[in-house]
Design a protein around this ligand. Structure first.
Ligand code: SER
Length: 314
């Protein structure tokens, strides 16, 4: 039977790139894009779209049945900075939307589900350098608490009910097609938009705040990679560490400046996001993902920077 794939959050930063990739691989009609927000006209013409609130269990059930969905990529979440402003709303969105789909999978309405975690699931007591897969996790944000809880629930549904749940702890994600919204790592996308316009950038993180990051093509590779891996290779059902590279705002700015001479970054716009970032790892040990299902990134920092500038300059 052909796979029918539902992507929740298809208009978001990851969803935009993921839908393009999956449609190329599985055929436009086999990938159902879905979001609260209406998509672009171009997207609508490309293949099926369902306007859906993932908090609405009945509406979600109808979409699953209507299309005979076999796999779900659940990319709905309120990110770290926004959820700090509305904690209960963030918790409710992140958890209710997860449970709606875990429950449908438990009832065998579809077979396989991807749900992402994040470096935000770690916290101030977590070892910062080469953060291991299994370690202290004491997240200090609503978003991070929801990600850690969600990871554990995915593992629970796998162990108790045999639901095929798969997940990754994404680092900050850098992409050019769609901007992120409400995250702490968003600076690493914002900075490029300013640089290609010939403007300077006011950064909201301190210049030495080192965070793990990844270029979107690698994030898509990892996401589809874990979903397509044979089930017995996916030995961890909470969520896998995945890494690519790490940098500070100062280092990123210097590399961009090599490509766009005269570009500079100031640190006049520091805000509470800097404190969120202070509780996160600065680099990630992802050996389990590499060993279990063959994860390997393609982009390093300089090749990511060149590719971002080339694409945003178009
Ligand atoms: N990029 C996310 C954020 O900053 C972390 O998963 O909230």
């Amino acid at each position: 039977m052909a796979e029918k794939i539902l992507v929740l959050g298809s208009s978001g930063q990851i969803g935009t790139d993921l839908v393009d990739h999956l449609r190329e691989a599985y055929g436009n009609d086999n990938v159902i894009a879905s979001d609260l927000r209406a998509p672009s006209a171009e997207r609508l013409a490309q293949g099926p779209f369902e306007q859906l609130n993932a908090m609405d269990a009945q509406a979600a059930f109808e979409v699953i049945k209507k299309h005979g969905v076999t796999q779900v990529y659940h990319l709905v979440a309120m990110l770290s900075a926004t959820a700090e402003k509305m904690p209960m709303k963030g918790w409710d969105l992140n958890m209710t939307s997860l449970f709606n789909f875990l429950e449908m999978a438990r009832e065998k309405h579809f077979k396989k589900m991807y749900w992402p975690s994040s470096i935000a699931a770690f916290g101030p007591q977590t070892p910062k350098e080469n953060t291991p897969q299994l370690t202290v996790m004491d997240p200090g944000t609503v978003y991070g608490i929801s990600k850690l809880a969600g990871e554990l629930w995915c593992d629970y549904y796998f162990k108790k009910y045999g639901v095929d749940t798969r997940g990754l702890r994404y680092p900050g994600l850098i992409s050019y097609k769609t901007e992120p919204g409400g995250g702490t790592t968003d600076y690493a996308v914002d900075i490029f938009h300013k640089a290609v316009k010939g403007e300077d950038y006011s950064c909201f993180l301190s210049e030495d705040r080192r965070l793990p990051m990844m270029y979107m093509p690698d994030a898509i590779k990892a996401t589809v990679g874990i979903m397509e891996a044979p089930a017995d290779q996916v030995k961890i059902r909470t969520s896998y560490n995945v890494g690519a590279f790490s940098f500070t705002p100062k280092e990123l700015s210097a590399i961009i400046e090599k490509e766009i001479p005269g570009f500079s970054t100031n640190y006049d716009a520091l805000d509470s996001r800097d404190q969120i970032a202070a509780g996160w790892p600065s680099s990630i040990d992802d050996r389990e993902a590499r060993e279990h299902w063959g994860w390997q990134p393609d982009f390093d920092l300089p090749t990511m920077v060149k590719d971002m500038i080339k694409n945003l300059s178009k």
